[in-house]
Design a protein around this ligand. Structure first.
Ligand SMILES: CC(C)(COP(=O)(O)OP(=O)(O)OC[C@H]1O[C@@H](n2cnc3c(N)ncnc32)[C@H](O)[C@@H]1OP(=O)(O)O)[C@@H](O)C(=O)NCCC(=O)NCCS
Length: 155
């Protein structure tokens, strides 16, 4: 699906990830995170409607979102989101998050959760702008000891 960009921004296509996208996705993952997911984790999400990529000629970014059962009620979980370093600040992260939320809502979730490093101000600003609110802190969630904020948004 193609979304209309703001007038000063390039058009970004967001669609479900394909196998041919995986190398680009994995490069962004390893450039973006100190504890990257292994390549095989992305392979496992192929075919999941919440694994989306943003593209121009190559992969600009991706999001992995899925649903978990919360006492029988589906809860959305945004598990991974990153944009290629040279493409950040142009609205790609916003588009990916918007599509992920739409996909999860179409799957009937009642709320969406995610974890984010408490020092990741850029990502936290993005999530807050999309209605995510802090539910609690998870002490030492990351391997290097940094705490996570658990953010939740009602669907
Ligand atoms: C977080 C990330 C996905 C945002 O992607 P992006 O394409 O740069 O985001 P956008 O251009 O859509 O900007 C979204 C919001 O992020 C914030 N933001 C963007 N650039 C910023 C900057 N240079 N400084 C501070 N905040 C910034 C703003 O709140 C912005 O909203 P606004 O444009 O309405 O002000 C991207 O920075 C990234 O890949 N970071 C590394 C991986 C990561 O931390 N992922 C999140 C894990 S939970």
């Amino acid at each position: 699906m193609t979304t209309a960009p703001p007038a000063d921004q390039p058009e970004v296509d967001v669609r479900p990830a394909k196998r041919a996208d995986l190398l680009g996705v994995y490069r962004i993952e390893t450039d973006s995170f100190s504890q990257p997911w292994p390549f095989s984790a992305f392979e496992q999400y192929l075919g999941n409607p919440g694994f989306l990529v943003a593209l121009e000629e190559s992969v600009l970014g991706y999001v992995v979102a899925d649903t978990v059962s919360n006492q029988g009620i589906p809860l959305g979980h945004i598990k991974d989101l990153a944009v290629r370093q040279d493409a950040r600040g142009n609205g790609v992260g916003t588009e990916l998050l918007r599509h992920a939320i739409g996909t999860l809502e179409s799957q009937g979730v009642h709320a969406i959760k995610l974890e984010v490093r408490e020092g990741n101000q850029r990502a936290i600003a993005l999530y807050r702008a999309h209605g995510f609110e802090q539910q609690r802190t998870i002490d030492g969630y990351y391997d290097d000891g940094e705490d996570a904020l658990l953010l939740v948004r009602s669907a």
